[in-house]
Design a protein around this ligand. Structure first.
Ligand SMILES: Cc1ncc(COP(=O)(O)O)c(C=O)c1O
Length: 428
C-alpha cells in the first residue's frame, strides 16, 4: 500500500511519510458517504502539524470520476497565519473555524477569508473594517447547539441571523455548529444537537423563502436580504466532523468538515465505519547496536535492567520528536517475558518484527531490545543506519497512530499534533 521513499532519508534521523494516494482514497470514501454534500478538509493547526504546504497540494488534486474541476471548493483553518499560508496555495473559500480575533480582521479580509460570527457586536466590527476597504466579507454564523464552546446559543441563532441583515458589507455564506460527542454512536446529546441544528436550518430556510417570495424585505438600514444573504442555494449548513461522519452521516447537511479522517486515522482504536487507509508512516534509524550484559540498566532513572545479556539498539528519535515520554517502556519490555516481543506494550517495527522499547525514552534517543541472537539480528539486516518503523507497516506487522493513542491514554489528534519540529515530512 505504501510507496517506497527510501532514497530520500539518507541524512534524516526521523521522518514522516505522507502517502498522498491514501489521502485521496480517504477523500473519495468520505465523498461517497456524504453524496452531494461538500467535503471541507480541515487543515487547522497547520494541518494537524503535518504542514499546510504539504497537505493542501494533495487535497486540491482530488477529482471525482469524469470531473475536471477540483472536488474541494472550501477548506477550514483556525488563525490568520494559516489563512495567509493557505491563500498563497488555494484560490477557493477559506473558512476560519471557531473565533476570529478583532486584531486578525484586517489580514483575514485581505486574504478573502470567511469569518465566523457569533454575535452582533463582532459582526459590527467586521462590517466596519469591510466597509473601510470596500469589500464584501464572507461570514459563516457559528451556532452552539450543545458543544459549549463558542458560537451563538442555538435558541438565539435565528435572531442573530435576522440581525445580520443590517450589515451591507457582510455576506452570509454558511451556518454551522460542532458536535461535542460524535465519537459515541446513538448518543442522546448528539441527537439533540442534530435536532436543534435541523430546526434552525428549517427556520432559516423558511425565512429566506418568504423573503425571496416578497422580493427581498427591506431592513431598517434599507438593505435587502439579497445583498446580505447569499440565498438558500449557496448557504451551506454544516455540522459533522470525522466522527460525526462515521456515526451520524444522515446529518451531513450541505457540507462535512473532516480533518483526522483525511489521514485514515480514527479518533481512537474503535471500529470506524468508513474503509479508510492510513496515510502516515513515522520512521527513524538505528544509531548503534551494542551487546549489554545481564544486570545492566538501560537509560535515565535506571527504570529497566536487563535480565539477560541482550543486543540493545539506540534509535535516533526521542520525545523531542513526539515519541510520547509517558510510553517509556510501558508494559512488558522484557524479550523473554510474557509481554515481550509479542506483547502489547510500546514497540517498534523492523523487517516485519516487533521490538520492545527499553526504559525511559530520552530527548533524542530511544533504546530497543533486539534480543540475544546476533544471527537473527543480522538476518534482518539490522545495523547502524537501518530504518525502523515507529508508526506504519512492516510486512504483516502494523503499529497505528491509534495504538500510540491507546497506550498513552490520549487520542489520535494528540499523537499527530505532538510530532516534533525535527520530523521531516516527505510526501510520497
Ligand atoms: C469546528 C471543527 N470542525 C471540524 C473539525 C475537524 O475534526 P476531525 O478532525 O475530527 O474531522 C474540528 C477539529 O477539531 C473542529 O474544531
Amino acid at each position: 500500500m505504501f510507496k517506497n521513499s527510501s532514497a530520500k532519508q539518507a541524512t534524516d534521523r526521523i521522518w514522516l511519510e505522507i502517502h498522498s494516494d491514501a489521502i485521496l482514497h480517504n477523500m473519495h470514501v468520505m465523498q461517497q458517504r456524504i453524496g452531494k454534500a461538500r467535503l471541507i478538509p480541515v487543515l487547522k493547526a497547520s494541518a494537524y502539524g503535518l504542514g499546510i504546504r504539504h497537505i493542501l497540494p494533495i487535497i486540491t488534486r482530488c477529482r471525482q470520476a469524469g470531473e475536471t474541476s477540483p472536488l474541494i471548493k472550501c477548506i477550514a483553518v483556525t488563525n490568520a497565519d494559516e489563512v495567509t499560508e493557505a491563500r498563497s496555495l488555494f484560490g477557493g473559500e477559506i473558512l476560519l473555524l471557531g473565533a476570529a480575533l478583532e486584531s486578525e480582521i484586517p489580514s483575514l479580509l485581505a486574504a478573502g477569508a470567511t469569518l465566523p460570527i457569533e454575535s452582533v457586536a463582532f459582526a459590527a466590527k467586521v462590517q466596519k473594517h469591510a466597509k473601510r476597504i470596500r469589500r464584501q466579507a464572507k461570514i459563516h454564523m457559528l451556532v452552539d447547539t450543545g458543544m459549549g464552546r463558542l458560537g451563538v446559543l442555538y435558541s438565539k441563532a435565528l435572531s442573530l441571523f435576522l440581525d445580520l441583515k443590517q450589515y451591507s458589507n457582510l455576506r452570509l455564506t454558511g451556518v454551522y455548529s460542532h458536535l461535542s460527542n460524535a465519537i459515541t454512536p446513538e448518543d442522546q446529546h448528539t441527537l439533540s444537537q442534530i435536532l436543534r441544528f435541523t430546526k434552525l436550518s428549517r427556520d432559516i430556510q423558511k425565512h429566506l423563502k418568504a423573503s425571496h417570495a416578497s422580493g427581498g424585505e427591506k431592513s431598517g438600514g434599507g438593505i435587502s436580504h439579497h445583498n446580505v444573504f447569499s440565498g438558500k442555494k449557496n448557504l451551506l449548513f454544516h455540522l459533522l466532523n470525522s466522527d460525526g461522519l462515521h456515526h451520524y452521516s444522515m446529518a451531513s447537511f450541505d457540507a462535512v468538515r473532516s480533518g483526522i479522517n483525511l489521514y485514515g486515522i480514527y479518533e481512537m482504536k474503535k471500529p470506524g465505519r468508513l474503509p479508510l487507509k492510513p496515510a502516515l508512516q513515522l520512521k527513524t534509524k538505528i544509531a548503534s547496536i551494542r551487546k549489554l550484559p545481564a544486570g545492566f540498566s538501560v537509560g535515565y532513572g535506571r527504570e529497566y535492567t536487563l535480565k539477560k545479556s541482550s543486543y540493545v539498539a539506540t534509535l535516533t528519535a526521542g520525545y523531542a520528536d513526539g515519541l510520547p515520554f509517558a510510553l517509556s517502556g510501558k508494559k512488558g519490555h522484557n524479550h523473554d517475558g510474557k509481554k515481550g516481543h509479542d506483547g502489547l506494550g510500546f514497540h517498534v517495527l523492523a523487517a516485519g518484527c516487533r521490538f520492545p522499547i527499553l526504559g525511559r525514552i530520552s530527548m533524542d534517543y530511544t533504546n530497543i531490545d533486539l534480543g540475544p541472537n546476533l544471527r537473527f539480528i543480522e538476518s534482518l539486516a539490522l545495523r547502524p543506519g537501518a530504518t525502523i518503523t515507529l508508526i506504519g507497516k512492516s510486512k504483516q506487522q502494523e503499529i497505528s497512530v491509534e495504538d500510540w493513542a491507546t497506550l498513552k491514554d490520549s487520542h489520535s489528534y494528540d499523537i499527530v499534533c505532538s510530532l516534533g519540529k525535527r520530523v521531516k515530512s516527505i510526501v510520497c
